[in-house]
Design a protein around this ligand. Structure first.
Ligand SMILES: *Cc1c(COP(=O)(O)O)cnc(C)c1O
Length: 448
């Protein structure tokens, strides 16, 4: 049983003292508030590569609830970048084998942590490219429409990149997107998609459905979908089930293997803190490792290492998800992810989720005490149907209120139409952050 929340600052501070994960906060850099007196403007702050910035203090730090968009920088990143720079200086090409973290296999240790975050076997995981590229690459293997089966089921209001990807995949195959893509919408007057409507659509299109491609969590509403249930329904009618887990990995624990998901992709710069444009991740169920019927585009990094340099004709994909890799590991694009995954290992996904459930429930509780601004929390109330994020829907003045939040040193984002997304990340956000957020909002004048 969760203890009852209250609105006092003391409550938040006590929760932080009792929080086993509290110390992780000090292992991240927080953006500073723009307005605080005595706070140097950003351009005059010394580079963390040269000297370390002081530990964060609550007054100077912005309240950062945007880890669903770009996770913060772990303090271990700069030294880790320095290590790779030094190994490159000292070793040149020798770094592929002799660097402290040999570049040839740089990403291999990631798989252990990612396996715990996603519930996948290590051989089902790889890191490469970026999310949308990986979505296209895996669709090339798993979306092979024919005259009988060609339809795609996806959520209405999916992230724009996913919409563009599926539209252009349909066109790539010479199909009309309007006749190919079935979008599942919320019912009239509702904001969330009902699970029963997804399952009904899968059943309705059972004879023509090629693939179901859903976001794990919708970026706008924060709704977490039943990934296992959707997968089972797709498989029952002979369709493939793929997921975009951009908002899920590092946020909500997954069981991709046991749920029998065919493939999934994600980015590493949101909850995983891999830094802007960080290398993406992908999962492919092990049943496809040896199945060459699912043709994959080849490149040397996806070829079996034993034969890669034999200069023989014929692409021999690695018998695992890395068989979808193409190019040399993007080492500098993985350094921050490596540093961050170590923190996930230390914290443990179960403890993170347990804290996240409480932190977001506390946020929800405090927001419901506000009487001076008017909004609806459109994210599901049921904690099993959401991650860290709450989406606040403003019928009016949403943008103006967002601007006021930014001016007050609160970093959250605004998504049309009318939604401010608020996502406390359990790895570095505190109960006091949530309380400070509430306290600032409670003192807003009514926006007219
Ligand atoms: C963030 C996000 C992306 C971003 O894709 P990139 O290729 O990494 O730019 C795609 N899909 C969803 C659902 C996202 O949330």
């Amino acid at each position: 049983m969760q203890e009852p929340f209250d609105t006092t600052l003391e409550f938040a501070q006590r929760k932080d003292r009792e929080d086993e994960l509290q110390s992780f906060r000090s292992r991240f850099y927080f953006p500073r508030k723009p307005m605080v007196a005595g706070n140097p403007p950003l351009e005059t702050q010394s580079s963390p590569l040269v000297t370390d910035r002081s530990l964060p203090t609550a007054e100077e730090d912005a309240i950062y609830f945007c880890g669903n968009s770009l996770g913060l920088q772990p303090r271990d990143v700069a030294p880790a970048v320095q290590q790779e720079l030094k190994d490159w200086q000292d070793l040149g090409v020798g770094g592929y084998l002799q660097a402290k973290n040999p570049w040839l296999t740089y990403q291999e240790p990631f798989k252990g942590t990612l396996s715990k975050l996603t519930g996948a076997r290590e051989m089902e995981l790889t890191v490469m490219n970026a999310l949308t590229v990986n979505l296209h690459l895996l669709l090339l293997s798993f979306y092979r429409p024919n005259a009988a089966r060609y339809k795609i089921i996806m959520e209405a209001g999916a992230f724009p990149s996913d919409q563009y990807a599926l539209e252009t995949q349909a066109k790539w195959h010479g199909l009309d997107p309007d006749k190919t893509i079935i979008e599942i919408s919320p019912r009239e007057g509702e904001k969330l998609i009902r699970e029963e409507d997804i399952l009904a659509a899968i059943h309705q299109h059972r004879d023509t459905l090629a693939i179901v491609l859903f976001g794990g969590i919708n970026y706008y509403t924060g709704q977490l979908f039943d990934i296992g249930g959707i997968t089972a329904a797709a498989h029952k009618v002979g369709a493939i089930a793929g997921f975009d887990l951009a908002h899920v990995v590092g946020n909500v624990p997954l069981q991709l293997h046991d749920w029998d998901v065919d493939f999934a992709v994600w980015c590493s710069y949101k909850y995983l803190n891999g830094g802007p444009g960080a290398v993406g991740g992908a999962y492919v169920h092990e049943r496809y490792a040896h199945n060459r019927d699912y043709v994959r585009l080849g490149g040397w990094w996806g070829n079996d290492e034993a034969t890669r340099f034999k200069m023989e004709k014929g692409f021999v994909p690695k018998p695992n998800a890395s068989g979808w890799n193409m190019s040399t590991s993007q080492v500098f694009n993985m350094v921050a992810l490596k540093a961050s995954l170590r923190l996930f290992d230390e914290a443990g996904m179960d403890r993170l989720r347990a804290k996240s459930l409480e932190l977001t429930a506390y946020l929800s509780f405090l927001l419901q005490q506000l009487t001076n601004i008017s909004f609806d929390i459109i994210t599901p109330i049921d904690p099993a149907k959401r991650g860290a994020q709450l989406s606040l829907y403003f019928k009016e003045h949403g943008k103006a209120i967002h601007d006021k939040m930014i001016a007050a040193g609160i970093i959250v984002d605004y998504r049309e139409p009318g939604v401010i997304r608020v996502a406390p990340a359990p790895l570095y956000n505190s109960f006091e952050d949530v309380h400070r957020f509430y306290h600032i909002l409670a003192n807003f004048q009514q926006v007219a």
